[in-house]
Design a binder for this molecule. Structure first.
Ligand code: PMP
Length: 419
């Protein structure tokens, strides 16, 4: 065997042979792309629309740059972030448990509040059990990354969130995307490829956050059954938003709980907290709880993060009028926008309504102009979406008023005619 090369020896990796661009962060392709984007924004006279800093709680209104603005850029769908009862739950929890559980739950990080939150989530879905992770993104990465492996197949909607894509890559399984919401395209992939693979999982979302549209769940359930695949639904944006009582896509379509094998969701939107969950049968949840790396090798959720989500979930059940109010104001936004002739794509008018502008520069310019006039709405630019569907994306909350919607659309209409 060869001895390890000494420092500086001609090993093929000694410092003299490595081009400088490979050692500098400012030569990294990501940094170069960022610099180009900043330069383009500067030439157009736009301020950077990203990392806008909210100085307090972000609800239907928010304080940014010392000004109160109407806010359509946060996912506080049921207005629970900032609710005094939810705040109090966090305060009580931090006082009782301290600010960190200081270890993975499997060693010494377990606290009663974890089990209470997981029970409440499982009961809401009417499934055996649930497990919560400290991040929504990590939930998808770890779940897909752990459950699937080489020899398996992951089929996903082309608009699936980055966290599911990263999980799919990590798993080592084959990954194939199908056209957005196109169950026929999925079926075609299954016909062609199902026999060559062992486990197959189909990954879709309950409500797509770029477009505000949803999948035909009964159709996907029927297909997955026929092809003996698992179905995973990411409810980050549908939980608390769809269904008469906010129970999500399942309630919207009235399918039985076991129709979906893996229910995934986040605590960061409707549930006024942070983290993600998987809900399903006991064997699934036990496996993840004991083996999924993002759970096992990561600290348990802090109690003051778990407690507000538990409280928000209880309040969602006690106050379903919040869900109905969110649904009504979202529909109102959609109808008024369409009446003005705006392109709202396929949005069904549930919490997420895009206004498609068709050019990144124009969408960024409009976001800037609206912000100057007291409205905070995020532009979604290429490459996050194709250039021709660059857009402004409006997130509604049950706390938005019709007057705020009217004022916003009037200003948007004026700015659209001006630019
Ligand atoms: N899934 C979807 C569909 C999302 O939109 C997001 C983030 N917005 C996540 C997962 C990740 O969740 P979190 O931000 O709570 O980590």
């Amino acid at each position: 065997s060869r001895p390890a090369p000494e420092h500086g020896e001609a090993s093929g990796t000694s410092a003299g042979e490595v081009p400088e661009r490979l050692t500098r962060f400012d030569a990294h392709p990501g940094y170069q792309q960022l610099t180009m984007m900043r330069e383009a924004a500067r030439r157009l006279g736009l301020t950077d629309p990203f990392f806008r800093c909210h100085q307090g709680n972000a609800g239907a209104t928010s304080r940014i740059d010392d000004r109160d603005v109407i806010n359509f850029a946060s996912y506080n769908y049921l207005g629970f972030s900032g609710d005094p009862r939810v705040n109090q739950a966090a305060i009580d929890a931090v006082q009782h448990y301290g600010s960190s559980v200081s270890a993975s739950r499997i060693v010494s990080g377990e606290r009663p509040i974890h089990g209470e939150l997981e029970r409440a989530i499982a009961d809401t879905y009417q499934v055996d059990d649930a497990v919560v992770f400290v991040s929504g993104h990590a939930t998808n990465v770890s779940t897909l990354g752990y459950l699937l492996g080489p020899g398996d197949l992951i089929l996903h909607d082309e608009y699936i969130h980055n966290s599911a894509l990263v999980g799919a890559q990590l798993s080592g399984a084959r990954r194939m995307g199908f056209a957005h919401n196109d169950a026929d395209a999925l079926e075609d992939l299954l016909h062609r490829h199902r026999p060559q693979f062992e486990r197959v999982v189909i990954v879709i979302e309950g409500l797509y956050s770029m477009d505000g549209d949803l999948p035909d769940l009964p159709r996907f359930v029927e297909i997955k059954r026929r092809h003996q695949a698992w179905l995973m639904v990411d409810e980050a944006h549908s939980f608390g938003v769809l269904g008469r009582n906010g129970r999500g896509l399942r309630e919207h379509f009235d399918v039985p709980p076991e129709a979906v094998d893996i229910w995934m969701g986040t605590m960061s939107k409707t549930l006024a907290g942070c983290g993600g969950y998987i809900a399903g049968c006991q064997a699934l949840v036990d496996t993840l709880r004991h083996l999924a790396p993002g759970f096992l090798y990561s600290v348990g959720m802090p109690a003051q993060v778990a407690a507000p989500s538990l409280k928000a979930l209880a309040l969602m059940h006690e106050e379903p009028q919040r869900v109905r109010r969110l649904q009504a104001i979202s529909r109102y936004f959609l109808e008024q926008a369409r009446a003005l002739g705006l392109d709202t794509g396929e949005s069904i008018g549930a919490a997420v309504v895009p206004v498609i502008i068709g050019s990144s520069a124009r969408a960024a310019g409009l976001s800037h102009a609206l912000f100057e006039r007291g409205i905070n709405v995020q532009p979604i630019l290429h490459p996050a979406v194709p250039e021709k569907s660059a857009r402004l994306r409006f997130f509604l909350s049950c706390e938005h008023t019709e007057q705020q919607v009217d004022q916003t659309l009037e200003i948007l209409d004026e700015e659209l005619t001006r630019t």
